[in-house]
Ligand binder design. Structure first.
Ligand code: AFP
Length: 325
């Protein structure tokens, strides 16, 4: 089986980017080990602190964030980091050529039940003019990403990654510590019968998504003339992995509860990397108002609505938005 390095070279990734990705993944392997120790290492449970977004931090959120920060900060490749668990950007090497954004441990509430969690990341060029502590350099649309991916800490540890030449999935071979290419050039399957959305928020959705989901739920008797199945892992990384492998649609739509939070998921380190992976696998990723990767961020923790998955299914969902004007 091909190793990560040779696939990155085949995809034409520059040497410095390859070295940066390998450094980042060294951190993820350490997270994978810590996660697998669970209660034995005393890493489960919450801290007494909240992150900048008002979410209680789990011990593993803090540990994973620290591992990635330590690994990347001294690598020499990174000028600055933005993380879900950091209030503002973390300055790194003034000569670094890249910016890295990450959610160190997505779905961290799942640590309590030994269920799916993962690390999501995106990488962009650092502008020459940028000071390492300047957050404005992160305010680039997702179309500027040079690489993105996630590491899923499940029964096996898997990496889904793109550098803009297709989406490939690798599996961590824990006997020698390398990521091996197990699913090259993944294509999101068409013709799906699965969707993922947290229906407990239904009363807060806008009309197009209300109607779209109602039609899915109506099954064979409804306008879609087909029975659907619903899935919810409570970790975007797990739900997106399912969609990437089996087809379908994942939604965290616009929410009327709080206008300052038009969706739950964060653009830089959740929506954008997943959008890049999905588009490179032949799928679509939209907010309902346009392509996720074209959204111009206004701040590093910006949230966006997310509709992502198989091309036909996302197009069908978007047709409800068009009909509603
Ligand atoms: P964390 O990154 O804070 O663990 O949040 C996970 C998440 O943002 C995303 O991965 C899930 O899709 C979503 O929250 C699930 O939230 P609800 O189940 O509360 O809707």
């Amino acid at each position: 089986m091909k190793r990560l390095n040779s696939q990155l070279q085949k995809d034409g990734a520059p040497l410095e980017l390859i070295l940066l990705i390998r450094t980042l993944l060294a951190g993820c392997k350490e997270i994978s080990f810590r996660v697998s120790q669970g209660a034995l290492a005393g890493v489960l449970g919450s801290t007494l602190s909240e992150n900048v977004q008002g979410e209680t931090q789990k011990k593993l959120d803090v540990i994973s964030n620290q591992i990635l920060k330590d690994t990347l900060r001294d690598s020499g490749y990174v000028k600055a980091i933005s993380s879900e668990e950091e209030d503002t950007v973390v300055p790194c090497d003034p000569n670094g050529n890249y910016l890295v954004s990450f959610d160190p441990l997505d779905g961290s509430s799942n640590t309590e039940i030994n269920s799916l969690i993962g690390t999501i990341f995106s990488i962009a060029h650092a502008p020459q003019w940028m000071e390492p502590d300047d957050p404005s350099a992160f305010l680039q649309p997702g179309t500027q990403m040079v690489a993105a991916g996630y590491v899923l800490y499940g029964p096996s540890t898997m990496l889904a990654m793109t550098t803009g030449r297709g989406t490939h999935i690798y599996t961590l071979d824990k006997t020698h510590g390398g990521f091996l290419l197990t699913h090259p050039n993944v294509q999101v399957p068409h013709g799906t019968a699965e969707f993922a959305i947290n229906t407990s928020n239904q009363r807060h959705w806008e009309m197009p998504i209300q109607q779209y989901v109602a039609d899915l739920l109506a099954g064979e008797e409804g306008p879609r003339k087909k029975d659907y199945n619903m899935r919810w892992v409570a970790a975007m990384v797990g739900d997106i992995h399912r969609v990437l492998c089996r087809g379908g649609i994942f939604m965290y739509p616009f929410d009327k509860r709080n206008p300052s939070k038009p969706g739950k998921l964060r653009l830089l380190y959740e929506a954008n990397p997943m959008a890049f992976l999905m588009e490179q696998a032949g799928g679509l990723a939209d907010t309902g108002q346009g392509r996720i990767m074209e959204v111009m961020p206004s701040e590093i923790h910006q949230r966006v609505p997310v509709l992502i998955g198989s091309k036909e299914e996302v197009e069908t969902c978007l047709s409800y938005y068009r009909k509603a004007g």
